[in-house]
Structure formats: C-alpha cells, structure tokens
Design a protein around this ligand. Structure first.
Ligand code: FPP
Length: 235
C-alpha cells in the first residue's frame, strides 16, 4: 500500500531474493555444485534485467551468507571465483543498464582483490538510478542488528532509544524496507535475510530452483504480492 495515496502499489518497490537451490539443480543433473552456482549467476543476471523491466526500483540478492563459509573449501573458492568473474566482467554492462550496484555485509572478510573490485563497481555505478542492485555478501541479519547496536553504543545518546535510531544505523538506511521477499527451492524460511527490515514484508515461496527462476516466476511472485492486503498491523 502506498501510504501517501492510500492506493495499492502493484509493483513492489523493493524485492529481496534468497537465491536457493543451485546445489540441488546441479545434483539433479549429476553436475558439480559449482556448475549450479554458474547457472545461478545467469539466473541472477536475467532477474536483474527482468526486475528493471518490470519497474522494480530496488532488488536485493542474498549472494553469500555469514554461514556460507562453512561449506567445503572448494565450493567457497568456486563462489569467490564466480564473484571475481562477475564483478570484473559484468560491471560495465550493469553500468550501461543504469544499475547502481551496492554491497552490504562484512565484505572485509573477502580477499583483497575482490574488495577492490567491489569498491570500484560501487564507485563506477553510484550515479545510476534506474535500479539499485544490492548484493548481500557475507551478510547476516542478526550481525547487522549487532553492528547497529555497537554503533549506537559508540554514540552519545540523549533520551530513549527508539526504532528510528536503529533504522538509521542499519547497513542501507536509505533503501526502503523490502515489500516482497522471495525464496526459491521450496524452503519456507528466510535464513537471517533482512531480519530487521523484513518485519512487514510479504513472503513468496516457490519450489523452482534458483537457476530455473525466470520472468514468469518473478511475475507470479508480483501477482501474488499485488493480490494481498498490507495492513502493517492495523485492523
Ligand atoms: C544457494 O544455493 C546459493 C548460494 C549459496 C550462492 C548464490 C550465488 C549465486 C546465485 C551465484 C553467484 C553470485 C554472484 C554475486 C556472482 P545452494 O548452494 O544452497 O543450493 P542447495 O540448497 O540446493 O544446496
């Protein structure tokens, strides 16, 4: 609902996606997991184009969670290789498409070269305004809240602590809370994604594995969202 006009918005301003099922997609094809992640990267690129085309202004993608370090060394290395490939090879086309690329999470834990290209990508695209693509990497919702509290404690606080104070200290305070959170591959949970910001988000779950996520599936999610009534806790 658009609170200023009272009218329902059919296209959510901010869509967040937990891109799950790359491993199972590969397993079904007797392929290594990293091939599933490669196919997942293609689905991601397709989804960025489709989101822009449909008028979604902010798209956030859960690309690497704080828990993903626990995967095998070869899988973590494979994912790092994909990040490198994607960031080096695809940023110019993201820029041409008018996308502003952003990263949230503890990027400092990533290898130096990845941190450098992340920084360059953010700088290169910072004036673009067709769509903000927010990559959540080494991101965890609980960690984000802990970080906000630490920053709050470092300040001189006058008066009571409010939600607004914490909101301002989250990783991307200028980005509106997600209207719609999507998770693929049949799991019915959000696994620490946008824990604070997703308090009033609508959820959409699909059995489709992330590499098979296409425009029709995104449209199905948006249709489902548009048919719901958002009351933000009011009667
Ligand atoms: C979940 O599938 C997916 C991930 C942990 C990684 C997501 C990465 C990509 C979509 C590709 C690359 C991204 C960038 C930013 C270049 P899973 O492995 O948990 O699948 P499973 O549950 O079936 O095992």
């Amino acid at each position: 609902m658009d609170e200023s006009t009272g009218k329902r918005k059919s296209i959510p301003a901010h869509v967040g996606i937990v891109m799950d099922g790359n491993g199972r997609w590969a397993k079904h094809r007797f392929l290594p997991r990293v091939i599933g992640h490669q196919a997942g990267m293609k689905a991601m690129e397709r989804t960025i184009d489709n989101a822009k085309d449909l008028g979604i202004r902010y798209l956030s993608l859960y690309a690497f969670s704080t828990e993903n370090w626990k995967r095998s060394r070869s899988e973590v290395q494979g994912l790092m290789g994909l990040f490198r490939y994607y960031l080096k090879g695809k940023m110019e086309s993201m820029h041409r498409r008018g996308a502003r690329v952003r990263f949230v999470g503890h990027i400092d834990a990533f290898p130096d070269d990845i941190r450098d290209i992340v920084k360059a990508a953010m700088e290169r695209t910072e004036d673009n305004s067709d769509i903000d693509v927010i990559f959540c990497v080494n991101y965890g919702g609980r960690q984000e809240i802990v970080d906000a509290v630490k920053r709050l404690m470092a300040q001189e606080i006058e008066g009571p602590i409010t939600e607004e104070m914490l909101c301002r200290l989250m990783y991307a305070p200028d980005v509106p809370d997600p209207d719609l959170l999507i998770r693929t591959a049949g799991e019915l949970r959000m696994s620490n994604f946008w824990l604070w910001e997703g308090a009033y988000s609508e959820y959409f779950f699909t059995d489709v594995y992330w590499p098979d996520f296409d425009r029709s599936e995104l449209e199905r999610a948006i249709e489902s969202y548009a048919g719901r009534e958002r009351r933000y806790g009011t009667a």
